[in-house]
Design a protein around this ligand. Structure first.
Ligand code: SF4
Length: 374
């Protein structure tokens, strides 16, 4: 069974109606459940749960401490290309945008990786646009092999591949995949992805499963918040996470909460997602998926990120640049979007420590696996 079978069981309009009809009593019942059902999850993300944020946050904090201790895994994005043939209306790399395009050479990728390594990063997320003339699977394999010795964990956030492609990546040393559905609404999806391969909603929907089949150890999903209705998008993200966690129980599933940021092209969010809704979504996701990683990037402000640390977040980026060449050479390609939290990794580390947590730069799971295999 694939997630598509599960997805097809739900009508978007009915899902929204059910969420909007949830009552305070439904929320209280959901909060008492040992493991919330998908019905309970609908109550937890509903407007009726807005006045229960405090008990939700308390439970989320407690569960996260039990499952993850006081560790916050740090990572950093490494953009190797901003060339793209797709027309995603919300993205600065959209093929129609007149931005400075750049694909890094192997040597430049190594320079970027060394710059990050010097800042103590050992967990890197490699990103590209989608342009087979700029970056092919074999180029990625060569890049991964080049930088592999510098990092204990390499994840990809690139164009979707087939299972064989992901197997090649695993063999080269990739252990994680991040792939956002952007929106789980197929009609809206077509409106927002005007041309290019990314227009294929179903190919994208099946991508996390293809990564899981290829043996990737971490899979991250999410909806781009501000595109579709917050309640419906959060519901389908949770449903997707639940499915993946059951089907690939050896894989660490994580959920991100990327909120739309200003970017080249000037796209404005279609739905406003408030800070309170973000908090609600994060806490509800933790209650539904106790073992799931929850990721927060530098898209959010420093102040907001600091407040979210104790509520269930387990992975954070720091010191990020969204432009290819942005770490070792400051004059390279245009960035994908403007980040909000531009503090240095050291500053973020200090804040994390002050809140009673430990910023973890190395992926100890990977070290453990390698030591046990060799
Ligand atoms: S979101 Fe990805 S695929 Fe779409 S335009 Fe941006 S880089 Fe290209």
């Amino acid at each position: 069974m694939s997630f598509l079978d599960e997805f097809k069981k739900y009508d978007h309009g009915e899902v929204l109606d059910r969420i909007l009809s949830k009552t305070a009593q439904d929320v209280e019942q959901a909060l008492q459940a040992e493991r919330p059902s998908i019905e309970d999850f609908q109550a937890l993300i509903s407007p009726a749960a807005e006045r229960y944020l405090e008990p939700m946050a308390e439970r989320s904090h407690k569960i996260t401490r039990q499952r993850f201790g006081n560790n916050i895994q740090m990572y950093v994005p490494l953009y190797i290309s901003n060339e793209c043939t797709n027309g995603c209306v919300y993205c600065g790399f959209n093929a129609n945008n007149p931005v400075t395009r750049k694909t890094l050479s192997l040597e430049e990728i190594e320079q970027e990786a060394l710059a990050l390594h010097r800042q103590e990063f050992r967990h890197v997320l490699v990103l590209t646009g989608e342009d087979p003339n700029a970056v092919r699977n074999e180029d990625l394999v060569a890049a991964i092999r080049k930088i592999r010795p510098l990092f204990s964990s390499i994840s990809l956030e690139v164009y979707p591949m087939d299972v064989a492609g992901y197997r090649d990546m695993v063999e080269a040393g990739v252990d994680g995949l991040t792939i956002y559905q952007e929106t789980y609404d197929p009609v809206l999806y077509k409106d927002l992805h005007l041309f290019g391969k990314k227009r294929d909603f179903l190919w994208r929907l099946g991508t996390p499963e293809r990564g899981g089949e290829a043996g990737l150890r971490r899979i991250g999903i999410g909806a781009l918040l501000g595109l579709g209705n917050f309640y419906v998008e959060t519901f389908f993200t949770g449903l997707h996470g639940l499915f993946l966690a059951h089907r690939f129980w050896r894989t660490q599933v994580s959920v991100s909460f990327p909120r739309i940021r200003p970017a080249e092209g000037g796209f404005s969010p279609l739905y406003e997602v408030t800070d309170r809704q973000m908090v609600q979504g994060i806490c509800a996701m933790r209650l539904l998926l106790p073992d799931c990683g929850l990721t927060l990037s530098t898209r959010e402000s420093a102040l907001f990120r600091d407040h979210l640390i104790p509520l269930g977040v387990t992975q954070m980026s720091a010191g990020s640049s969204t432009a290819p060449g942005g770490y070792s050479r400051k004059d390279e390609g245009t960035g994908q979007f403007h980040i909000d939290d531009d503090r240095s990794p050291e500053e973020i580390s200090r804040v994390i420590r002050a809140k009673g947590y430990e910023a973890v730069w190395k992926d100890w799971d990977a070290a453990f696996l390698v030591e046990n295999v060799s």
